[in-house]
Design a protein around this ligand. Structure first.
Ligand SMILES: Cc1ncc(COP(=O)(O)O)c(C=O)c1O
Length: 416
């Protein structure tokens, strides 16, 4: 590790982490103590441009004033009472999510209308939990309408979370090496291969197809729009649920409110998390009302899910994203980010949509780029040896993109 960032507060944080925190993550040697917009500040007072955004969560940027004020206001009243009761903001947030889900857009993500569909939402605390809910709703559908069919078909290279069922749904062998046995009924087929999916469905026993429209953790690979339309038609023909995992892609990350809208399709079940509350822990699963209504009291639950505090954070975030017309900003700055990345040395391809981008390198230097990026004031992320992934706060500016691209370009030149 070439970056030297001082040894005061950081050394203490590292020692405590080594001794007392479970080592499920390879931690980089920096401790962030504050942030604003797309900037982060470390314990030594150094400023960074953040192109990972809390792994795609800081949609309105770090410590957004409007969300902070809403949470602060709620903090002084009540935080958590349990789901046996009504709380402020939860219903309003669910209504706002329903309106965003029913939005129709053109293929670039500009809003053009509404499907008029009513969506009902269950609130959880994370993306994996949102997907667990999605799987249960799909299996309820299978039980009630498909003679008990319970099979879920996902895509290779997908990522759906770290619980046992969401790992089973994750189509990457690397995640299946330990921790079995996994729940039964999961299989995966190559993305963008409709024949493979049809053949898998043809074997019977399936209740749902589960997809990311842009695979995030798998390397930023897009499902092509024709494929998505074909999947929708296949699910309609067979009466299957189409689950779209919008945990990473949702809430304007790809320009449209949700990435499925870019292909002009409407799923039956949608999971979401990350950007929903600007980094406050929240996940959610929504289903078309007719599907959602198959779930009855006692069928699913979460102690913390949809607490008053989380609902305040979520409603403030979603309201502010809409008020600021964030989709338009993302479409424009996302194109600009892609352009700047494409012009960097050793970048052979830029994938993804909006402000969810992957830059493919022709040299395996992604890991040192991320490590040494810190020394240049850049928070970067990599997938494997040769893919850089970018998930900046949606409020990132062109000037910030320029600064990042200049610094990154220099670093690539030095390391390649
Ligand atoms: C598409 C997708 N689904 C699910 C998850 C799991 O979310 P969480 O880590 O909040 O459980 C992630 C996390 O990166 C994701 O990208």
């Amino acid at each position: 590790m070439a970056t030297q960032l001082g040894n005061g507060a950081l050394a203490k944080a590292q020692a405590l982490d080594d001794a007392y925190v479970m080592h499920t993550y390879g931690r980089l040697p920096v401790e962030f103590v504050s942030g604003s917009g797309a900037e982060l500040v470390d314990s030594e007072g150094r400023v960074y441009l953040d192109f990972l955004g809390g792994i795609g969560c800081a949609s309105l940027g770090h410590a957004n004033r409007v969300v902070a004020a809403a949470v602060r206001e709620q903090l002084d009243r009540v935080w958590q009472v349990g789901n046996y009761y009504h709380v402020e903001h939860r219903g309003e947030l669910a209504k706002a999510i329903s309106e965003l889900l029913s939005t129709t857009t053109d293929e670039r993500g500009h809003a053009v209308g509404s499907t008029g569909t009513i969506w009902k939402t269950f609130f959880a605390n994370s993306g994996a939990e949102a997907n667990e809910g999605a799987l249960k709703v799909a299996r309820r559908w299978g039980e009630r309408t498909l003679e008990g069919a319970s099979g879920i078909i996902s895509a290779r290279q997908s990522f759906h979370g770290r619980t046992l069922a969401t790992l089973a749904a994750t189509g990457q062998d690397v995640f299946h090496r330990s921790f079995g046995p996994f729940p039964e009924g999961f299989s995966s087929v190559p993305l963008n291969d409709l024949d493979a999916l049809s053949a898998a469905v043809g074997m019977g026993g399936t209740c749902a197809v589960m997809l990311e429209c842009v695979q995030g953790e798998g390397g930023v690979w897009s499902a092509n729009p024709d494929y998505l339309r074909g999947v929708r038609a296949l699910c309609d023909e067979r009466g299957l649920m189409l689950i779209v995992d919008e945990v990473q892609t949702g809430f304007f990350r790809c320009g449209a409110p949700f990435s499925f809208q870019l292909a002009g399709i409407e799923p039956d079940i949608v999971s979401m998390a990350k950007g929903i509350a600007d980094g406050f822990p929240m996940g959610a699963v929504a289903a078309r009302a007719q599907v959602a209504d198959l779930m009855a009291p006692g069928d699913h639950g979460s102690t913390f899910g949809g607490s008053a505090l989380a609902a305040a954070a979520g409603l403030a975030t979603v309201t502010e994203l809409v008020r600021r017309d964030m989709g338009e900003h993302v479409i424009a700055t996302g194109d600009y980010l892609a352009e700047r990345l494409a012009s960097l040395p050793h970048v052979t391809e830029v994938r993804g949509r909006g402000l969810m981008r992957g830059a493919q390198l022709d040299v395996p230097i992604a890991t040192p780029l991320v490590e040494q990026g810190l020394g240049r004031g850049l928070v970067l992320n990599h997938i494997g040896d040769s893919i850089l992934r970018f998930l900046p706060p949606l409020v990132v500016t062109r000037e910030e993109i320029d600064t990042m691209a200049e610094r990154l370009g220099e670093l690539i030149g030095e390391l390649a």
